[in-house]
Design a protein around this ligand. Structure first.
Ligand SMILES: [Zn+2]
Length: 459
């Protein structure tokens, strides 16, 4: 039998209480945490002791919004390399995500524990064309009567959650939620059903603060309709304006957030979609994280850049003019804070692998920074641990340091509860009791030489 592991004498952030606790020890047996001890804990030949004096330990991070099949397998190591021990795939071809999940979860591949939702379920119309790389993750429920069979098909394949998508109308969305019948969490990136309608119909989560609640929050004349999916040309322009002009104290926002708090609907934030707007183009071009953009994403970005005759900035381009979106992002942070203050559940997700930049793993650290601006550092840490686990309905297994949980634990040299940028100081990552060296993982990753970035051909 493998040795027990004792992480001894650490500052402990369990992500349940609001304060770190000093001089704590955590005992790991196999893949589980079996004891939390005030003080040093047991010694003896059967225990591997890791002295954590001066260090902080906390739960492994959870990214609830990724598209893991959009990148190569090597890119999934970036999650563990940044302390992300669990990820939820919220859109991919059913057979592909199921296969990837089993390879990650049985340890065949180095990466996070994966939960999957299978395809994006659209309604009668298509949010974007079914052909092509992105279309592979779409499926549809063309009418309410078709919902039970489609939900059964996906659930029989063994998914961990259901993802409803943009063109789903309230009748179909309600029929899907009814068919799931609370057996799995249902989340949505919605558009043709409003967030208020979806919450009233019993949805468990909403994705993208930018998008899903938008129609209840923005001025009426700036609402989007059937023609305005995320890939539409006007999408960012119109929604940035809508956010800028939104009245967050108005009745639409207040009613929605009251209902979300009351029903504990999880708000998946993906504020990092606007990371480029947050730091500006120049800082983004200098950002060291950029060397970790996955090759597949890079190729797609360069192909797009070539079409519009763009320069090097296209490897980080997220589909809207760099420089735009800063005011909209600030408003989205305000919205997070208002929902949080009402007792709503803020959950950090990123859309990484689906977008090129920020790269996998790094994206959740960026999300934490933006969330910390909005709701403070400790709540931001909970958004990517305990709250994220509750969105997966796995709060008794993951997301906190407590007896019986999976031993998904980070050892950090600096305390992230005072400054979430200290998440970058992770020294050891345990996933299910197995230790990984994040620095070795990042060193082994075929990242690009920063000097190469200067020489990317302008087409
Ligand atoms: Zn997504």
């Amino acid at each position: 039998m493998a040795q027990d592991i004792l992480l001894k004498n650490a500052r402990l952030i369990d992500c349940i209480s609001d304060q770190p606790q000093e001089r704590m020890s955590v005992l790991i047996r196999g893949d589980r945490i079996i004891d939390i001890i005030n003080g040093d804990g047991p010694a003896g030949p059967e225990v591997d002791v890791v002295d954590c004096a001066g260090k902080t330990i906390m739960p492994g991070l959870i990214d609830t919004h990724v598209h893991a099949t959009f990148v190569d397998e090597i890119d999934l190591t970036l999650f563990l390399g940044n302390g992300v021990t669990t990820a939820r795939d919220v859109g991919g071809r059913l057979d592909e995500v199921i296969k990837l999940r089993s390879r990650l979860n049985n340890g065949e591949l180095l990466g996070p524990r994966l939960f999957v939702c299978g395809p994006l379920l659209d309604g009668a119309s298509e949010a974007f064309p079914h052909s092509g790389a992105i279309g592979r993750m779409l499926d549809s429920v063309p009418n309410a009567a078709a919902a039970p069979a489609k939900i059964k098909e996906i659930m029989d394949a063994g998914v961990d959650g259901i993802k409803l998508y943009y063109t789903m109308t309230p009748d179909i969305l309600g029929a899907c939620i009814e068919a799931v019948d609370q057996r799995l969490p249902v989340t949505g990136h919605i558009g043709m059903t409003t967030a208020q309608e979806a919450v009233d119909l019993g949805i468990n989560g909403l994705e993208h603060m930018w998008i899903s609640p938008y129609n209840n929050i923005c001025p009426v004349e700036l609402r989007f309709g059937a023609e305005m999916s995320m890939s539409s040309r006007n999408f960012s322009k119109q929604t940035f304006q809508g956010w800028e002009e939104a009245d967050l104290q108005g009745p639409g926002t207040q009613k929605l957030f009251d209902s979300m708090a009351e029903k504990q609907v999880k708000m998946g934030t993906t504020l990092d979609l606007l990371w480029l707007a947050n730091i500006g183009l120049e800082a983004a071009l200098d950002d060291n994280d950029r060397i970790y953009i996955p090759q597949k994403s890079l190729r797609a970005q360069r192909a797009l850049g070539k079409k519009v005759n763009a320069g090097v900035e296209w490897d980080i381009h997220t589909g809207f003019p760099p420089g735009n979106g800063k005011a909209a992002l600030e408003k989205q942070k305000d919205a997070c804070r208002i929902l949080h203050d009402k007792g709503g559940i803020i959950v950090g997700g990123t859309d990484c692998c689906g977008i090129a930049y920020p790269p996998p793993g790094f994206a959740l650290l960026r999300e934490a920074e933006l969330l910390s601006d909005a709701i403070g550092p400790m709540a931001a840490l909970k958004a990517i641990t305990t709250a994220a686990a509750s969105a997966l309905l796995k709060q008794d297994e993951l997301g906190s340091i407590a007896k019986g949980r999976y031993a998904d634990i980070l050892i950090l040299s600096r305390d992230p509860s005072t400054d979430v940028r200290n998440l970058r100081s992770v020294e050891t990552v345990y996933r299910a009791g197995v230790a990984h060296d994040p620095k070795a993982i990042l060193d082994a990753y075929p990242s690009r030489d920063p000097s190469e970035l200067e020489q990317i051909p302008t087409y």
